[in-house]
Design a protein around this ligand. Structure first.
Ligand code: AMP
Ligand code: MG
Length: 351
């Protein structure tokens, strides 16, 4: 299969191009498209065969369910039932946007979308391209991130092409994704709402609307706990090089980084170093064997969120032997950034 790349202006998308892409989706094809979070790999969410081809193209385990993307809130009642009040509050506050809500499903949702669960994950994305494409397709669009399973999620059309060339019909190239991390996933079916995956809508933002919000305890990395979002149990977002994550307050993190840098250099390794600006000022980074990327402040990880996956892919493209990364503060978007960094590191963490 030849994979076409169609350039589209993210602010004023060419509707005739999106309408061709919408037709491909209607007919059961696969179209990758940009959202404000990451690039998604879309298929007609009501067509079990089309959805199956998403799993095939990505090599995604069948028990990892997909998010259905909608462009109009009236679609919610067709796909979900017994919708709690809190869910409506969230839709009102955060849709369109990077928030996925878990709800009880209706029979309209094919089993293959939900991996056999009796719940369904719904999101209304904010990006104009995504919204227009969903409207033109006229069906809910099942769309996981458009990467090979296990790899860092794609934030550019080139990232999608690197993983899925020849496996999908079209990539809509709408430039870089704004947020750079996948959506927040929240379950409000129980007594207290629970975050199953942290993302662009933060715990703080959700708590301000809902009151107390829990975080799935399995996210802390204890492998004896089973995550409630099935996808969170897999190694994920991972670069090819092994990654070591330093989680310590400053200046202790500088000492740890120094020690690990020296160890790796002594072993003749090429290092990808991903650290805060203050760490870069405080430690010695003057070897030709070190590729340095600074991400700014540990308290404001917005830029790091946007760039994280492309930096991991960049280190891979430069064939580093190890990635040493300094963690950020776990507040606001920092919670999502740390979740992805820990998974990228396979929980290889130094405290
Ligand atoms: P991705 O599409 O790659 O961003 O991953 C979607 C995430 O949502 C995965 O972690 C899934 O396991 C999770 N998810 C999708 N549907 C459900 C559901 N019905 N219940 C819980 N988690 C879900
Ligand atoms: Mg994914």
């Amino acid at each position: 299969m030849h994979t076409h790349i169609w350039q589209v202006n993210p602010h004023q998308p060419d509707i005739s191009i999106l309408s061709r892409a919408g037709d491909i989706l209607k007919k059961g094809g696969l179209v990758a498209f940009p959202t404000e979070t990451v690039y998604g790999l879309g298929a007609n969410g009501l067509d079990a065969r089309a959805v199956n081809s998403i799993y095939q193209a990505k090599g995604r385990p069948a028990d990892n369910p997909l998010i259905l993307h909608i462009a109009d809130q009236s679609a919610v009642e067709k796909l979900a039932r017994n919708i709690p009040k809190q869910a409506y509050l969230l839709m009102e506050k955060f849709w369109p946007g990077p928030l996925t809500i878990i709800l009880a499903r209706t029979p309209a949702v094919p089993d293959i979308v939900t991996g056999g669960l009796n719940t369904v994950a719904l999101r209304m994305p904010q990006s104009t391209i995504a919204l227009e494409l969903i409207k033109l397709a006229g069906v809910p669009i099942a769309a996981p991130s458009a990467n090979l399973s296990g790899r860092p999620s794609p934030t550019t059309a080139q990232d999608v092409l690197a993983d899925l060339n020849g496996k999908i019909d079209v990539i809509i190239d709408g430039g870089n994704c704004e947020i750079g991390l996948e959506s927040t996933v929240i379950d409000c079916l129980g007594e207290k709402p629970v975050i199953l995956r942290p993302g662009g809508i933060t715990w703080e933002m959700l708590s301000a609307v809902l009151g107390p919000v829990l975080i799935d305890p399995a996210l802390a990395g204890d492998s004896s706990l089973k995550p409630r979002a099935p996808g969170m149990k897999y190694r994920h977002y991972a670069p090819q090089a092994p990654m070591l994550l330093i989680e310590a307050i400053q200046p202790r993190s500088y000492e740890l980084l120094n020690t690990e840098i020296n160890k790796a250099l002594a072993a003749g390794k090429k290092i990808g170093l991903l650290i805060s600006n203050s760490a870069a000022k405080s430690i010695e980074v003057n070897s030709g064997q070190i590729l340095l990327q600074c991400y700014g402040s540990r308290l404001q990880p917005e830029q790091l969120a946007t760039d994280l996956y492309s930096l991991l892919r960049w280190f891979d493209s430069r064939n580093v032997d190890i990635i040493l990364a300094e963690g950020v503060e776990e507040q606001g978007l920092g919670l999502a950034v740390m979740n992805r960094m820990r998974k990228a590191a396979g929980y290889n963490i130094l405290h």
